[in-house]
Ligand binder design. Sequence first.
Ligand code: NAD
Length: 566
Amino acid sequence: MYAKPIVDPETGERYLPVAARGAELLKTTLLNKGTAFTRKEREAFGLVGMLPDTVSPIEEQLTRVKNQIQFKATAMDRNIYLNGLMDRNEILFYRLLVENLAEMVPLIYTPTVATACRHWSKIYRRSRGIYITPRDRGKMAEVLRCRPQASRPVIVVTDNERILGIGDQGAGGMGIPIGKLALYGAGAGIHPSRLIPISLDVGTNNPELLADPVYVGYRKPRLVGDEYREFIAEFVSAVQEVYPDALLQWEDFSNRTSFENLSTYRDTLPSFNDDIQGTAAMVVAGLMAATRHIGSKISDQRIVIVGAGSAGIGIRDQVATAMVDEGSARREAEARIMTLDSRGLIVEGRPNLPPGKQKLALPLEAVRDWQIEDHPIDLRDVVRNARASVLIGVSGVPGMFTEEMVRRMALHAEFPIIMPLSNPTSHAEVTPSSAIEWTHGRAIVATGSPFPDVEYDGRTHRIGQANNVFVFPGMGLGVLAVGARQVTDRMFLAAAKALADAVGPDLVAAGQLYPSIADVRPASLAVAKAVAKQAMADGIADPMPDVDERIEEEMWFPEYLPYRPV
Ligand code: NAD
């Protein structure tokens, strides 16, 4: 069991009181230091003879680990290796991440985690996190108590139905909460004892998994309808009972359930959906940085969002909120944002518009004077008629932003802002190099996947990555530090502003709208402070003096403390 560090009143030394001994200590992942146990600790904890002679400081262990990673042939091998390291020595694992974020994030999270989820049952080695299945109905609180209790934890929960872009992965979806929480630990310094991954394994409709002889999940079709809703309701009340001070992050639910779960429970407990709200805050932060650089405002832009799924709907809502914050009326703001789905522009009067999309509909009068070649109104019509200045791609469709569209944007926008956010790299709506070339170097581009710099006309354009890792860990740290009772849209707006402020003007001038991945920790700290202050200002958290210092202190840095036996 992990206990908090204590400061020795006489010497001032920070140490951990540790009850475990011998093999048990080496197997306790939050306490194991491996070869870094000092000779004194080896004597005191019954470890003599259980470790090779040399005492290695953490720096030496990191060299060893990096060498071992080099031996792994594929990204998937590295992912398996890193998860193994987390299952042996969490301090070393997190230290490796903190010091090598740019290199490690793609291995423990996207894109590699998608392969890990897909092959979960085949690569399964050791349990981490909590799986809850329909067998556990009526006793979910008991199930949640099966792991050591944690105060103020972050729970990332998925029902595995829409894992990244690869659909229903059944129990394999667990890779997502595990990976995402590792980013909370590395990015915002939330101690791993407070990170709880949960898979709501309500069954799977993936025929390959149901037929797989080594599938580890609940081998039944998914719960649906009222049975599903009752399952979620019991889960939420079990969380409230067992972890009343938790932050809950909904992750990779289908479009059908994600909006319903979020709206049903967002006032019940502090919770948010990163696919919807985190992505939107990233986009707003990028638009703030870009418009500030070009001496304009978000509300001066004519914004086109291509894709009306979790990301698109969230982006449309938060961009409108940002415009209202700049002084626009809500309706006026919404009329400046055009959203398209696979059937074209979402506009009032479009036949068979599902209820979830009706609120995205552009007023009919906004398109009355448009010259449209044919119905339905497609992206080409929109770019041309609306004189779009911002193009955001969350459609998952590669190459959607054509040369003709981008060149047309450049006719009426001095600095077109173009965000092809679809992942993976091959799905981007346009490549940064094309967008920059077609606009003669004027486009400001941010992407969902990492892209290299673009050299154009003697200038280097740096391409910022709109990775949600800049928002959710800091959101978690801020919410938990002040005990916010809800996670509100104003807190996401505060996060976006803090993130936009965290990108230096030099970077933005070079075209980069987001910090570099290596700078996630300072960005998370800025986001956490902003979010915490917004929660207090809005009365959803109690006032806390010296909040900045408290948040800085709360940010855990992975290092070995001396252990004293208890
Ligand atoms: P989703 O499946 O919920 O939504 C996709 C939407 O695109 C659907 O509404 C679909 O109707 C629409 N679409 C499909 N074909 C289209 C077409 N030809 N024209 C217009 N719209 C079309 O997925 P999502 O969670 O909203 O994610 C969408 C994409 O955004 C994914 O590729 C994802 O990787 C990416 N994304 C990036 C970030 C980021 O960069 N931070 C965050 C979240 C999602």
